[in-house]
Design a protein around this ligand. Sequence first.
Ligand SMILES: CC(C)(COP(=O)(O)OP(=O)(O)OC[C@H]1O[C@@H](n2cnc3c(N)ncnc32)[C@H](O)[C@@H]1OP(=O)(O)O)[C@@H](O)C(=O)NCCC(=O)NCCS
Length: 165
Amino acid sequence: MNDFACEPLGNQHDRTRFDCGVSVLNDYLAKYAKQDVKRKASAVFVLVKHSDPTQIIGFYTLCATSVGLSELPEELTNKMPRYPEIPAILVGRLARDINYPGVGELLLLDAIARCVRVAGEIAASLIVVDSKGDAATRFYEKYGFLSLPKLAGRMFLPMQTAQKL
Ligand SMILES: CC(C)(COP(=O)(O)OP(=O)(O)OC[C@H]1O[C@@H](n2cnc3c(N)ncnc32)[C@H](O)[C@@H]1OP(=O)(O)O)[C@@H](O)C(=O)NCCC(=O)NCCS
């Protein structure tokens, strides 16, 4: 992480040059991310290089969410609080520029570390991600994320596991 910094999206960042190869994510960053930040719909964090702090190399979004206890695999429910809705943090989008393969891990570990820190102040039992496609699912599985059987594309990591990462 020495050459890089992960920081909140700001006016100094150039949102138009970013290309992760997925147009819906490029468009989100270019057109909607700032609005989301302003309206408190999502917090947006960007990965930049110290040598060119305006160029966005990667980004992810975080917001509060919840997962129904009945949506979790049965073997996990007895380890969860006995409430119908389990508090969680959603990593809604995560992507890196096509010119920077290999920084996906940096982004995800930064997002997980941030979730663990935040959950120390506002409790959340799970980290949830929206995986867009099979490749993304395999990427998240590598870090221990499990699929939510009843919600296609949604995966989760217990916060207790995240703390150990
Ligand atoms: C998913 C994404 C963030 C991964 O970024 P990346 O820079 O390729 O990831 P890294 O190279 O840091 O990979 C970290 C680890 O995950 C593995 N990995 C990455 N993509 C993978 C895939 N498609 N299948 C299996 N493993 C994968 C890598 O092999 C690496 O493991 P290793 O260190 O044991 O080799 C990137 O491909 C991307 O931005 N894709 C477009 C947007 C997207 O689909 N985002 C996810 C849903 S919002």
